[in-house]
Design a protein. Structure first.
Length: 186
């Protein structure tokens, strides 16, 4: 479902990113394939320096279909940015990709929280975010961060996933599964 970024996937990802239903919502836009190669190389180097974490989302045939990233990492918090190519909209890739990425971030990378800023006008992203049972609407909880992402404009809603909330939900899921199967969890 996820793999480490590499330059071989650039042509496929560039074509998916360039679609008019995807392009406006991509954080690091490229107008040419060469520019996307350059951005991908910079992303790989930035991850090597610990500035961000980036993965390619792949389908069941290991074909690249989008990216998922944690940018602006500061004090063990960062900002999530995800995009999936238009042919894969509504096919169930978003949630498993996020779950795999969150597990990696919280278990392997010592991240404590993941912010998500969603354009108030982006209904597709808002619907996807609100499907996550462990997400918290954060405009009022983190007012300084909300102000930081919006400046003088009111463009984004802010959401947060904390490590504690994520693992509480995972534990609840395990407990519910154990109850339904009659197995004891220890």
């Amino acid at each position: 479902m996820l793999k480490i970024r590499d330059l071989q996937e650039v042509p496929v990802l560039f074509e998916l990113m360039a679609h008019p239903e995807v392009f406006p919502f991509v954080r690091h836009k490229a107008s040419t394939s060469d520019e996307f190669y350059f951005l991908t190389k910079q992303t790989i180097e930035a991850e090597d320096r610990g500035e961000l974490i980036s993965r390619t989302i792949v389908d069941e045939y290991q074909q690249p279909i989008g990216t998922i990233n944690l940018f602006d990492i500061e004090d063990n918090y960062g900002f999530l940015a995800t995009w999936i190519g238009e042919p894969y909209f509504g096919k169930g890739y978003n949630r498993p990709a996020k779950d795999a990425f969150f597990h990696e971030l919280f278990m392997e990378k010592a991240i404590d929280g993941i912010f998500m800023k969603v354009r108030k006008s982006n209904e597709r992203s808002k619907k996807a975010v609100l499907k996550l049972p462990y997400i918290t609407f954060a405009n009022d909880i983190y007012p300084q961060m909300y102000q930081r992402v919006n400046g003088s404009d009111d463009i984004y809603d802010l959401f947060v996933i904390t490590k504690e909330h994520y693992f509480s939900y995972q534990q609840f899921q395990m407990d519910t599964t154990a109850e339904s199967t009659g197995e004891e969890v220890s």
